[in-house]
Design a protein around this ligand. Structure first.
Ligand code: G6P
Length: 370
């Protein structure tokens, strides 16, 4: 096992550090920047099905559901196809309206999650075209779907998903750009600049790992005894906030909630005092001014702010108690980049609390029963 961990203390840390490679591997052979092409046979062979879809419904559980929410932002923004995202467990039991004009995308690292599988079967019975985004080759979900794209993240051992999540985001980004290019909603110049930027994401992740690893480790030490955490973000980073909170609660057993930053005033603000740590994702591109006022409201109530900002940031950084800098990207890529320090934060808080990071209590890597 020590050999499999490649010198890292836990699989989770190894998998966090593998992300430049897993994202690169997921794009390999698909993203051809020089030719200005995204090659995805699963999409291309059924492109009319996607093009004529009334809507796309994304179904998933857990971390994969968070990836699905970001998929909604991506596909609606770039391909202008309406998207709904559903928990598989809710979808399967609520007699959903599905027709043969719908495309259903299931996202599942393991490809074995019982609820996701059952929801897909239901959608298939009702005539929808079903597409899978799985990490495990030849898994049950990969086999029952009409088509799909594998994430090539490699085996993920840590129960808390990290590299599979960012690989899922990579696939969803490719799908959104490909569909947008094909249906004319994403012009050629924008397409070319977005794919060049996507191609450079593994390098940016590498940079984030190098520049934030030690810093986040030190920040984590100050929060070992925290009992609650709030994670806030807007737009694309609202699901990133949900995922950041999920990582922390899964492995450190600290209660954490993710929220869209603007919803803070409808509830969570009542919880803020000097004992409440608040992780806020505040990149330059993406409602930055609104986030600035959220941070002002938090500081007025003495909350402890851990801010994830772009390099050179001033306004949020001046108010925050802790600052984690990430490189600037177009908004659609920021959840991939911002997720990395949040994974590290959850990891180190859990390690300092002496928790079993790779196999947290009560959780399973793949939930094959209801
Ligand atoms: C379990 C795992 C999570 C995962 C979820 C969905 O709860 O612990 O990490 O996100 O199942 O799994 P899937 O394999 O369908 O992505």
């Amino acid at each position: 096992e020590q050999i499999e961990k490649g010198g890292y203390e836990h699989f989770m840390l190894k998998e966090i550090f593998e992300q430049p490679k897993s994202i690169h591997d997921t794009m390999r052979g698909r993203l051809l920047v020089d030719e200005g092409v995204i090659k995805m046979a699963g999409i291309w062979d059924h492109v009319e099905r996607f093009k004529n879809a009334n809507r796309i419904i994304i179904i998933a559980c857990g971390t994969s559901w968070h990836a699905g929410l970001i998929g909604e932002y991506l596909i609606e923004e770039y391909a202008r196809i309406p998207v709904e995202v559903e928990y598989a467990s809710e979808f399967r039991y609520r007699n959903p309206i599905i027709t043969d004009k719908d495309v259903v995308i299931a996202i599942s690292q393991s490809g074995e999650t019982a609820d996701t599988m059952a929801a897909l079967k239901l959608a298939k019975e009702k005539g929808a075209f079903i597409y899978g985004i799985c990490n495990v080759v030849d898994s049950s979900i990969a086999r029952i779907t009409d088509a799909g794209s594998y994430t090539h993240a490699g085996p993920e051992i840590g129960v808390a998903s990290t590299k599979a999540f960012t690989a899922q985001l990579t696939i969803l980004t490719l799908i959104a750009f490909k569909l947008g290019k094909h249906n004319g909603n994403l012009g050629n110049a924008d397409f070319m600049s977005l794919i060049a930027e996507l191609d450079a994401i593994p390098k940016k992740i590498e940079e984030v790992l190098n520049t934030t690893h030690e810093l986040v480790q030190n920040i984590a030490k100050d929060f070992v005894n925290a009992t609650n955490f709030l994670y806030l973000g807007r737009g694309y980073n609202y699901p990133a906030a949900l995922e950041g909170a999920l990582k922390l609660k899964e492995i450190s057993y600290i209660h954490a909630e993710g929220y869209p930053a603007a919803e803070m005033k409808h509830g969570p603000i009542a919880l803020i005092d000097e004992n409440m740590p608040i992780v806020i994702i505040a990149p330059k591109k993406g409602h930055y001014d609104k986030i600035v006022s959220n941070v002002q409201e938090i500081k007025a109530r003495k909350g402890k702010v851990i801010a994830v900002v772009n390099k050179g940031d001033q306004q949020v950084s001046a108010m925050a108690d802790y600052v984690i800098e990430i490189p600037e990207t177009s908004e659609c890529f920021s959840p991939i980049v911002a997720s990395v320090p949040l994974q590290l934060l959850a990891y180190y808080i859990a390690v300092y609390r002496g928790a079993n990071v790779d196999q947290p209590r009560n959780l399973a890597k793949s939930v094959t029963v209801e």
